[in-house]
Design a binder for this molecule. Structure first.
Ligand code: PLP
Length: 337
């Protein structure tokens, strides 16, 4: 057992008992291995270290009132990882392997799944890296698929409280035909300088615009963007943002609540007309946005100091389903036996 203060957990790394690993060698995936080592031993010429052959995922396991463990839409994460693997030419971990390893690593670390009512959950981090050596630019012949887990609290330290966000124009996270729609490390490397600067300047995160014209909203550092106006859920359609599974779910929940749903380019000026704004993602869940400042132009967009009614309803419905308090009518929950 451990003596973690579940309700005080930040979103960060916590050492657990085990991680699970599977190697791709000679054109096929091997057996699942269990490891208690936090380190991996790889070749110094591994392609993940030189050419960014790396992808990861993030999903969560929630404990229900009766102790049931539920994982949210794991199949979408598995599909997105396969898509990321295709995007940077890596071996694709099959869906069955993803689920088997996911269930195994949760079982092995069940002491670390936060109890119901603490606001915390078990974050699951699958990662895929090119481990084979190459000196010329080309894909590796060998890969490691590893899943580790750790208990986490809210991504933004104040939880469901509006954050301040900064629009940046001097840094692009991803190009229109680049890797923005894949969950690969390079996108995050490109974002780091602006994220660090935004934190230092007092903002929770950054909001990127489309790299080509700087006219439309792309997404936030670690999350997609949505806005609410006239009973409509509006979210950017862009080739350079990560297709968020939370956003996909919110679009369905919004439609189910009788809202109109629009996925289309969202011009920056439209921010003035939004009644509510938010960031959404596995880690952020829904984080309401209270204020957006354009770093370059100084323009300010404000949305209020308290979460809006629609964002609150969406948040409660999503979390209610994830913790098992609201029936899962969409088939999004997989119970870990
Ligand atoms: C850049 C970026 N956008 C959006 C998201 C949200 O995606 P999801 O809802 O699938 O977690 C994430 C990850 O959480 C992200 O890193």
């Amino acid at each position: 057992m451990n003596n973690i203060e579940w309700s005080k957990l930040p979103f960060g790394y916590v050492k657990t008992h085990y991680n699970v690993r599977c190697y791709y060698r000679d054109g096929k995936w091997g057996e699942i291995e269990v490891s208690s080592d936090e380190y991996i031993n790889i070749h110094m010429a591994a392609t993940c270290l030189h050419y960014g052959q790396e992808a990861f995922e993030g999903l969560k396991v929630f404990t229900g009132k009766d102790g049931t463990l539920r994982v949210f839409r794991w199949d979408e994460n598995a599909k997105r990882m396969i898509n990321s693997a295709k995007g940077v030419v890596m071996a694709e971990p099959p869906m069955e392997l993803f689920l088997k390893m996911l269930e195994k690593v949760v079982h092995l670390n069940k002491d670390f799944v936060p109890p119901y009512g603490t606001g915390a959950s078990l974050y699951v981090r699958p990662m895929l890296i090119g481990t084979g050596p190459q000196v010329g630019v080309s894909p590796a012949k060998e890969y490691l698929f590893l899943i580790f887990v750790g208990p986490v609290g809210p991504y933004f330290k104040d939880g469901f409280k509006p954050v301040k966000v900064q629009i940046v124009r001097d840094v692009d996270r991803a190009a229109p035909h680049g890797t923005g729609r894949f969950k690969v490390g390079g996108n995050y490397a490109a974002s780091l300088s602006s994220v660090v600067r935004a934190h230092a300047e007092g903002y929770g995160t950054v909001l990127y615009l489309d790299a080509k014209e700087k006219k439309y909203i792309d997404e936030a550092g670690p999350a997609n963007f949505f806005g609410i106006k006239n009973n409509t859920y509006i979210t950017p359609d862009s080739s350079s943002i990560l297709p968020s599974i939370t956003n996909m779910s919110l679009r369905q929940l919004a439609a189910d609540m009788g809202l109109k749903v629009e996925m289309r380019p969202v011009p920056v000026e439209e921010l003035h007309t939004l009644e509510e704004a938010g960031a959404c993602g596995t880690a952020a869940v829904i984080t309401p946005i209270g204020e957006i400042t354009d770093r370059e132009t100084g323009e300010k967009y404000t949305f209020g100091k308290e979460p809006g009614t629609v964002s609150t309803k969406l948040y409660q419905t999503l979390q209610g389903m994830q913790y098992g308090d609201i029936p899962d009518k969409f088939g999004w929950i997989h119970v870990i036996k």
